[in-house]
Design a protein around this ligand. Structure first.
Ligand code: CTP
Ligand code: MG
Length: 220
């Protein structure tokens, strides 16, 4: 297997409220992005790492850089177009610094012969209710928690499947919060790979504090 990894790091991090792009915010003593790069580079099946970056920022050592797009999916597409080879394609958010080589390997292994994609996900521990959309909101229904998964990255795709998914119009891509949903909408089979909840996404300051604590606890 010779996989290629695309790391999207071109977001502004508005919800975190940092002064610079979120992927370069210090987390556990280094720019957040570097944790993910290390985990990916520790897996020999991953031959190449491409990073989608904000304009004017250099790619980290051992990776190729490309300027990202206006929405997340556009950054994924820019990074994919930068690679000529590599199948499957693994997509990862720089905003998930708790990535481990084990998670990378599990997601690559999850792409079985009948699957189009395999995505990291954790079982939901909260009870999830759907609101009715009104203000104030009332409960429309309670979802069956046993079947709910909180989706993460990495998401691993057959290259041709991801190419087709990302070839859709600009507004279809802009509306997608992950790449697997584009594949699902095309009728593709997406496997869920059970991963630890610790592989969290840093969105707000509270997530940054939790990520810092988890990274600190890793040190021997
Ligand atoms: N991302 C990207 N290009 C964009 C938007 C997002 O590469 N145009 C990346 C982010 O850098 C992040 C990942 O996609 O690693 C997940 O996005 P999110 O957590 O929403 O990050 P931001 O868009 O940076 O944050 P916010 O939405 O709060 O501005
Ligand atoms: Mg965003």
């Amino acid at each position: 297997m010779s996989a290629v990894a695309l790391v999207v790091a071109a977001g502004r991090g508005e919800r975190l409220g940092s002064s610079g792009p979120k992927a370069f915010v210090m987390c556990g003593g280094r720019p957040m992005l570097e944790w993910s790069i290390d985990a990916l580079r520790a897996v020999p099946e991953v031959e190449h790492v491409v990073v989608a970056l904000p304009p004017g920022i250099e790619a980290p050592a051992g990776t190729s850089g490309v300027v990202g797009g206006s929405e997340r999916s556009h950054s994924v597409r820019a990074a994919l177009h930068h690679t000529l080879a590599g199948d499957p394609v693994l997509v990862h958010d720089a905003a998930r610094p708790l990535l481990t080589p084990e998670i990378v390997r599990a997601c690559l292994a999850g792409l079985d012969a009948d699957a189009d994609a395999a995505i990291a996900a954790a079982r939901v521990t909260d009870t999830i209710k759907e609101g009715d959309g009104a203000t104030p909101a009332s409960v429309a229904r309670t979802l069956d928690r046993d079947r709910l998964w909180a989706v993460q990255t990495p998401q691993v795709f057959r290259r041709d499947v991801l190419e087709r998914a990302l070839a859709q119009p600009h507004d279809v891509l802009a509306a997608a919060t992950d790449d697997a949903s584009l594949v699902e909408a095309m009728g593709g089979t997406v496997r869920l790979v059970e991963c630890p909840r610790e592989n969290l996404k840093v969105t707000t300051l509270v997530d940054l504090h939790v990520a810092e604590a988890l990274l600190a606890a890793r040190r021997p």
